[in-house]
Design a protein around this ligand. Structure first.
Ligand code: MLT
Length: 262
């Protein structure tokens, strides 16, 4: 049994290899709604992270417990093989899933994320945000992310996206913010997981919004090299590529799934 909410869209997930979508911090599966709309013929399972959206918090454990709960939740609905796509924090979870449940992975898409661990400064910053969210600040602790989570084109030309993301940040549950930051702070480097996937011939996609200031071009090149693929750069998009430019992101995910199912 799992406390996670799995939202299913499109044709029956058990009719084929579904696309499993793991969202970024501190959002929930609504983040994927524009991509999902662009993929009406693809079976999709969008997961809310523990404590976010419709998911309950986990009794204990970090990203690894989250990954185990995703695998258990998928098994509950009959899914034993999937193309797993994670954006940012979702990418960290997808990597934990690949490490702990390798047979589940028919394909892996990493969007605006990294496989490296945090440095000391990054870790300390996360713990500050976790503390602030748990204290008087609540969700206001993540409000400053609006400036960096969206690209310059979105800030200049897509006011409705800016307002929607501002609303999502304000709705982030404080206890889930703290859990996620503390969990992300201790995640290990998982480049070796990518090398394993490459050796086993698992199809991969590494995609980055060209204006992403939170996960660098170098982070993506390193992951792509380990997986044996080229980085797909999406122009006019920042860190939330799936929200800012859903069409090219949906197209790249559909192509990856086609590669897998033939
Ligand atoms: C995210 O978008 O999920 C976050 O930027 C992840 C992180 O803080 O590393």
């Amino acid at each position: 049994m799992t406390a996670l909410a799995l939202h299913r869209y499109g044709p029956d997930a058990d009719a084929g290899v579904p696309l499993v979508l793991l969202h970024g911090f501190p959002l929930d599966s609504r983040m994927w709604s524009y991509v999902i709309t662009s993929l009406p013929l693809v079976p999709v399972v969008a997961v809310d992270a523990p404590g976010f959206g419709a998911s309950s918090a986990l009794p204990d454990g970090g990203l690894e417990a989250f990954a185990d709960a995703v695998a258990a939740g998928l098994a509950d609905v009959g899914v034993t093989r999937a193309v797993v796509a994670g954006l940012s924090m979702g990418g960290y979870v997808a990597l934990a899933l690949a490490e702990r449940h390798p047979d589940l992975l028919a394909g892996l898409a990493l969007l605006d994320t990294k496989a490296s661990a945090d440095d000391e400064a990054g870790r300390a910053k996360r713990l500050d945000v976790a503390r602030a969210a748990r204290g008087a600040d609540g969700a206001a602790a993540v409000a400053p992310m609006l400036a960096t989570v969206l690209g310059e084109t979105t800030h200049a030309q897509r006011p409705e996206v800016v307002e929607e993301v501002r609303g999502w940040l304000a709705q982030a549950p404080p206890s889930a913010i703290s859990w996620a930051q503390e969990s992300m702070a201790v995640r290990p480097d998982r480049h070796p997981v990518l090398e394993d996937l490459r050796e086993r011939g698992v199809a991969g996609l590494v995609l980055r919004g060209a204006e992403d200031v939170m996960a660098s071009a170098q982070d993506h090149e390193r992951m792509a090299r380990a997986l044996g693929v080229d980085v797909v750069q999406v122009p006019a998009s920042g860190h939330l590529s799936a929200v800012e430019t859903p069409q090219p992101v949906a197209h790249a995910l559909a192509e990856l799934r086609h590669t897998v199912i033939g």
